[in-house]
Design a protein around this ligand. Structure first.
Ligand code: ADP
Ligand code: MG
Length: 676
């Protein structure tokens, strides 16, 4: 008898060699094996006769073998096996390629079931390499597994079948209440039926049960992460200074900004530390929200830190926040890699002395280098997606520190539920008034001359322009794709001779990048040729044109981020996406950019067109890998699971109850490879 922990080499028919193949798939024990779910099914239950089908159809046919197998050696390594079958009315010529094992197992006058594509002419019917099984066992729904190397789907199915036959009932993980409420079959039935369903209904019930369980486990795990951070905080805000703050601003906060600030301050007045995400499209005014809560935190006697992914961004935040807050009794300092050692020492000393109210710098610096005397609030400006893991590191600077993460990447709401399951969320769904819409066009490279003239005219009027090139890998030899360096060099001698061109790319030193960015910022550089390094939230309101070369190489969300660099001032702005791609998909993706300006809409489209891979690239977010659930397809079940997770934690906050033990184990298992 097997149990779930048994090594798979103890399954009948699995020797060392075959076991090794499973190990390569990451499958070591029986439990992992039975959780290796089919990728899809082939339904062999609806059999037809040759007469009933069209040429080229995929069919399942019950047929008797009527001639013995004839072997034809075509050349070395290529043997054909030919024989004939009859479905009672028609003869089917069957050819099998190279599969000696199958050819030798076939017996004349036995009944089989054939699965595959049929080729018909007026007089003949034939099948090339159909799948063939004995009639008495073959007419069923066949599971199809993802295979690697020599391990065929059939072989996997056989091993799983044997394992399931010698396993006792698989212990239930969900309580009767939950199963009843959400109409879920038992785990034992679900596992057996997901591999070997009698019909479609069984398969779909099994899927529902397993998807529910997986999403429930994920959701519970994330909620527990969130609650783990819920140690009470001593750092309480007693007075809200927001109205004083808003009176300092040259503009009126949007309703969304006001709401977000209120939500943050309410958090910081509560028992637990704030742990919140501020999501807002480019230009929605996240900085002012950050400034607002920094203001209140400082006025309540706390130090604050604002962390950014890059130096450029830190410098920009320093400048804009200084404008907003300087001289209002708030001391702000900037700490970057280029800060001189002497000044750095001063800053560190002043921080410990409590003389600095707001420190702005890059993540790495603030997290590793400095000590505060009374840090109460950390804000991170992320610009990109970020991981659960990084977030957990944030508050490592002290007990109960309030954290706000600002993200400019619109995530479709449904995915946000999972990715940010451990955070409270505020959304800026409103842009400040008077924003120009950016005109976006998609053109091919025959427009370059016209485009360059358009740019020269704008620059002559005193405006500025970005030309963005895709990052070119060193080993990539695509003749039609110019690197930023090549392009800048060429243009400075041709179309833009006599103009000031700047170049910005990823391989430059931080200091060099900084200098170029500054020169662009103060107008010395008129045309900036850059790779996506400018994607981070730089703000040059005088830049009104953005040209993106080889636009088909960018993700939609990335294009949206890029485009957010223009249209920041009062002048009309233009984004021109240049692409010679003939592909229908590329074109329609780029047209999405022309059609929509709302980042959330674009993210939704991106998701529809490219699938969730981009959002759920494991590396990016650090979430556990899912075996069966699909974030998009299974959104309805996700909602149920979220509901259920809430109920469970309401009753048993720490999952101490005996009935929740299995779930607790499942969470540990799912999250075991993820550090927090
Ligand atoms: P993002 O959300 O992309 O970080 P920023 O915070 O950089 O946006 O704001 C973009 C621009 O909008 C800035 O120049 C800022 O001064 C301006 N801004 C922010 N809030 C308002 C508002 N309520 N009214 C007018 N302008 C605003
Ligand atoms: Mg910003």
């Amino acid at each position: 008898m097997l149990n779930p922990e048994s090594n798979i080499k103890f399954i009948k028919g699995v020797g060392e060699k075959r076991a090794e193949m499973f190990y390569n798939l990451g499958i070591f024990d029986v439990d992992a094996l039975i959780h290796f779910f089919p990728r899809k099914y082939e339904d062999w239950t609806k059999t037809k006769t040759v007469a009933e089908v069209e040429n080229g159809e995929n069919i399942t046919i019950k047929a008797t073998m009527i001639t013995p197998v004839k072997e034809h050696m075509i050349r070395r390594g290529m043997t054909l096996y030919k024989c004939r079958f009859s479905d009672g009315e028609s003869v089917i010529n069957v050819t099998i390629f190279n599969n000696k094992y199958l050819a030798q197992a076939l017996r004349v006058y036995e009944d089989y079931v054939l699965f595959g594509k049929i080729e018909k002419t007026f007089t003949t019917a034939s099948m090339s390499s159909p799948k063939i099984e004995k009639l008495d066992t073959g007419v069923r729904i066949h599971p199809i597994y993802s295979t690697t190397g020599k391990l065929t789907s059939n072989a996997i199915a056989k091993v799983i079948k044997t394992a399931l036959e010698s396993l006792d009932e698989i212990p239930e993980t969900l309580s009767d209440d939950i199963r009843k409420k959400y109409d879920l079959i038992s785990l034992d039935s679900a596992i057996r039926q997901i591999h070997f369903p009698e019909n479609e209904e069984e398969a779909s019930k099994a899927r529902k049960r397993l998807i529910f369980e997986e999403l429930l486990t994920l959701q519970l795990g994330l909620l527990k992460l969130k609650s783990n951070k819920k140690n009470e905080t001593p750092l309480k805000i007693t007075k809200d200074f927001t109205s004083e703050f808003t009176s300092l601003l040259p503009f009126k906060l949007t309703n969304a900004q006001q709401r977000a600030i209120d939500e943050c301050i309410k958090d910081m007045q509560g028992k637990y530390p704030m742990n919140r995400l501020l999501q807002g499209d480019v230009g929605s005014g996240k900085t002012a929200v950050g400034a607002g809560i920094i203001y209140t935190a400082v006025k309540n006697g706390y130090q604050t830190a604002l962390m950014t992914p890059t130096e450029i961004l830190a410098t920009q935040h320093f400048e804009s926040l200084s404008k907003m807050l300087d001289g209002k009794g708030i001391t702000i300092r900037l700490l970057t890699g280029s800060t001189k050692p002497k000044e750095k020492r001063e800053i560190k000393a002043d921080l410990i002395d409590g003389k600095i109210d707001l420190l702005i710098g890059t993540h790495a610096l603030i997290q590793n280098d400095v000590e505060f005397s009374n840090l109460g609030l950390v804000i991170t400006d992320e610009q990109h997606r970020f991981g659960v893991k990084q977030r957990a590191n944030l508050a490592s600077k002290g007990q109960g520190i309030h954290t706000l993460v600002m993200s400019a990447t619109p995530i479709p709401r449904t995915l946000g539920l999972i990715l940010y399951g451990d955070l409270d969320i505020s959304i800026l769904d409103e842009l400040p008034p008077g924003r120009q819409t950016i005109r976006t066009d998609v053109v091919d490279s025959s427009y370059h001359e016209r485009l360059y003239k358009f740019i020269r005219d704008a620059v002559d009027r005193g405006e500025q322009c970005y030309i963005i090139c895709p990052m070119v890998e060193e080993n990539e030899d695509s003749l039609d794709i110019k690197s930023a360096e090549q392009l800048a060099e060429g243009l400075s001698e041709t179309a833009f001779k006599g103009y000031n061109l700047g170049l910005l790319h990823g391989k430059m030193k931080a200091k060099e990048k900084d200098n170029v960015m500054k020169a662009f910022s103060n107008g010395d550089v008129q045309i900036l040729v850059a790779t996506t390094v400018i994607e981070v939230g730089v703000d040059v309101p005088n830049a009104t044109i953005m040209v993106v070369e080889n636009a088909e190489r960018f993700g939609l969300s990335q294009l949206h981020q890029l485009r957010g660099r223009i249209g920041r001032g009062s002048k009309k702005s233009f984004c021109v996406l240049v692409s010679d791609s003939k592909s229908e998909i590329s074109r329609s993706r780029l047209m999405t950019m022309k059609r929509y300006s709302d980042g959330f809409k674009i993210a939704d489209e991106d998701l529809k067109q490219r699938g969730p891979g981009d959002f759920f690239g494991e590396r990016q977010h650090g979430l556990p890998k899912l075996k069966i659930a699909d974030m998009l397809e299974d959104i309805d079940i996700l909602h149920l699971a979220q509901n259920c997770a809430g109920d469970i934690l309401k009753e048993d906050y720490n999952l101490d109850l005996e009935k929740n033990k299995h779930l607790c184990d499942a969470i540990t298992k799912m999250f075991r490879n993820i550090e927090y």
